[in-house]
Design a protein around this ligand. Structure first.
Ligand SMILES: Nc1nc2c(c(=O)[nH]1)N[C@H]1C(S)=C(S)[C@@H](COP(=O)(O)OP(=O)(O)OC[C@H]3O[C@@H](n4cnc5c(N)ncnc54)[C@H](O)[C@@H]3O)O[C@H]1N2
Ligand code: MOO
Length: 391
């Protein structure tokens, strides 16, 4: 058995080469750019008004100005503003040639086609959006390695971009093993268990930006497990087997990985939950074996697979390590790192009541995992501990 830190290091040493992908802009949310993106145009492409009002020459502000024209958003014809004149203008409309300042209509009086300005705060250039102020023609609008937030997608659309080169999400297969598993919706019979791992894992994979997930169910039958592993390794970048990684007579996952030529990197970690976690590789393909207990499976995912996916796709992490003060004491034996389902608020962390790995009830309430290191005997009330916040 290896330590949590050793397991993390081994996974980091086996990160496959990153792939890139060109995506239509509307599908690129949450991805990270692989190259600088240039603006083909000055944005805005013309100087424009940011208010409904009147365009004037600043030097004319104290004169009675003749309103000699009108510009609305979408006007494609240019208008020349002569000295001593004003032009009616609306938000987003091009500034007339010669105008340099916008007077808000609330700060102007009009009478018989003439305008007087009543704005003590008027400055030259007020309410003018200069051409190229949001992006300069032929300059970098978004740097390589930028996370594409909703705002970034909007900004790229605003400079006329239609597609972007991003780090590609790996494709993932989930193989759920177990004769006892039943789909939610069916009547639960004696000895049966609702299959919940694919639900939580597909959800958290989605949170990690992975939508190309295929889930397969196989019985506890060595040849079925092997056949499915063989098929999924050939078709996807990452295979996650769930259940059947322990030492029982019907746990066939480790044998199947051997039969499929997967090189074992580790099996079993000194941690609770998730002790029998498995990791192996076949070429660039990664194979994980998550323990079947739902709480163990999800904990291992947060600890090891989520950070790996963030690294592959250069996305922000979905967890964050920080420190907090424990509101209660918690005792444990030395030898395993414990990850307790807990709640975190205002710098304080409270371990929840149900820590057994078959239970998801406390996990459903938790917003963090409290870390009690391998060599510790737990923590005391008011002691500072490390936690992993689940975003
Ligand atoms: N003699 C030993 N027995 C066990 C050990 C050990 O060290 N020595 N380790 C225990 C630990 S810790 C864990 S964790 C489990 C892991 O077992 P497996 O990965 O082989 O998982 P299964 O036996 O297939 O299932 C465990 C448990 O989880 C339920 N399960 C499985 N898949 C799903 C699913 N998709 N949805 C919902 N529930 C699922 C399954 O019904 C079992 O109750 O091994 C211990 N044993
Ligand atoms: O480690 Mo197991 O994952 O405790 O139930």
């Amino acid at each position: 058995m290896i330590s949590v830190e050793e397991a993390k290091k081994i996974i980091e040493q086996n990160i496959p080469e990153r792939k890139t992908q060109i995506l239509p802009l509307k599908e690129a949310f949450g991805h990270t750019t692989t190259e600088d993106i240039y603006s083909k145009y000055n944005i805005p492409n013309f100087s424009q008004s940011s208010m409904d009002g009147y365009a004037i020459r600043f030097e004319d502000k104290d004169l009675k100005l003749k309103i000699s024209g009108e510009m609305q958003a979408g006007s494609t014809e240019q208008f020349h503003l002569e000295k001593g004149n004003a032009c009616r203008i609306f938000t987003g409309a091009p500034l007339p040639i010669g105008a340099d300042t916008i007077v808000m209509q609330e700060k102007a009086l009009t009478e018989n086609g003439y305008l007087t300005v009543h704005d003590n705060d008027l400055e030259k250039g007020l309410h003018v959006r200069n051409a190229g102020s949001d992006a300069k023609k032929d300059s970098v609008a978004i740097r390589s390695g930028s996370y594409l937030s909703a705002a970034a997608i909007g900004y790229l659309a605003g400079i006329g971009c239609t597609e972007v080169n991003v780090f590609a999400p790996p494709s993932v297969s989930l193989i759920l093993t177990g004769n006892e598993l039943l789909q939610p919706g069916e009547n639960l019979g004696f000895g049966q268990v609702y299959e919940s791992n694919s639900y939580q894992l597909e959800s958290v994979l989605k949170q990690c930006g992975i939508t190309a997930v295929k889930s397969f169910w196989v019985k506890d039958d060595p040849s079925e497990v092997e056949k499915m592993l063989h098929l999924t390794i050939s078709k996807t970048d990452i295979v996650i087997l769930v259940g059947g990684v322990s030492v029982g007579d019907y746990d066939f996952v480790i044998d199947a990985t051997k039969q499929c030529g997967v090189e074992q990197k580790f099996h079993k970690i000194r941690q609770k939950p998730g002790k029998p976690f498995y990791f192996g590789t076949k070429g660039e393909k990664l194979v994980f074996g998550l323990p079947g207990n739902p709480s163990s499976a999800l904990t291992c995912f947060y600890l090891y697979i989520a950070p790996l996916l963030s690294e592959i796709m250069k996305r922000p992490a979905i967890t964050e390590k920080t420190k907090a003060t424990s509101t209660s004491s918690y005792g444990k034996k030395t030898g395993l790192t414990h990850f307790l389902k807990a709640t975190y608020e205002n710098g304080k962390v409270t371990p929840l009541h149900a820590q057994e790995s078959y239970r998801l009830q406390s996990f459903a309430e938790a917003n963090c995992l409290m870390i009690l290191p391998e060599d510790s005997e737990g923590c005391k009330k008011d002691e500072e501990v490390e936690i992993i916040v689940l975003k």
